[in-house]
Design a protein around this ligand. Structure first.
Ligand code: DX5
Ligand code: ZN
Length: 219
């Protein structure tokens, strides 16, 4: 197993000083920066677009893990790649051709991720596992930070861990939503090797970020 990577979701950062917040979580030991892009249509919330991703790019060298919750999706992939995304993660429900979207992300030279909502079965991966670089399991319904972890997703994480191991490919298994000290341990036990954490990273303000991230990694 790889060491667990922690990807703070900047959805829980202070939006009035995002650059500063990104520098602070970088200094605090984050591995990736998780950027939640929402359109008020695919999910009931609106956040940020490619211009903000681009503005944040000079503030850190950490990989940008861009989680797109927008529909339709294909017309925006180039813009996020150009803005500085390293991994681009898409929902199968957000466009008519998930395989084509993933191929397109790879053709842009970026890592391609697929994200499964709580109601979407692991089986969705059967014919995607040979192309994806990352699988993101939603442990809340997408749209908002601060929700409670949905326990049924642990079984899905375990099933996907087996699929990834059987594939022999290098694929990250990331979990997003309701991650705190308790659920981080559960997700890692089930086979996750990357955790998104918004609330649990940013609680307590900048002085707490390093300890928060260390705790999620398992101390
Ligand atoms: C939800 C987002 C998550 C969210 C996680 O749609 O994809 O990344 O920000 O927030 P917490 O860690 O607070 O559940
Ligand atoms: Zn997310």
């Amino acid at each position: 197993m790889k060491p667990v990577r922690i990807a703070p979701s900047i959805l829980s950062a202070d939006f009035a000083k995002l650059g500063e917040e990104v520098r602070a979580i970088d200094a605090a030991g984050a591995d990736w920066i998780h950027i939640d892009v929402m359109d008020g249509h695919f999910v009931p919330n609106i956040t940020i677009g490619p211009a903000v991703v681009k503005a944040l790019r000079p503030h850190t060298r950490l990989p940008f893990d861009v989680h797109l919750m927008i529909s339709p999706i294909d017309a925006y992939l180039d813009a996020f790649a150009e803005a500085g995304a390293d991994t681009i993660t898409v929902h199968p429900e957000a466009g008519p051709h998930i395989h084509r979207s993933l191929q397109h992300i790879k053709s842009l030279g970026k890592r391609a991720g697929v994200v499964l909502n709580p109601g979407t079965p692991a089986k969705m991966l059967d014919y995607l596992i040979d192309i994806v670089d990352l699988v993101l399991v939603m442990s809340v319904n997408p749209g908002f930070g601060g929700q409670s972890f949905i326990n049924s997703q642990l079984r899905k994480i375990a099933a996907i861990r087996k699929m990834i191991d059987a594939s022999g490919r290098d694929i990250d298994l990331e979990v997003d939503g309701g991650i705190d000290l308790r659920t981080a341990a559960l997700a890692i036990d089930a086979g996750a090797d990357a955790l998104v954490a918004g609330t649990a990273t940013f609680r307590g303000g900048p002085e707490a970020y390093a300890a928060n991230i260390r705790g999620l990694r398992g101390g």
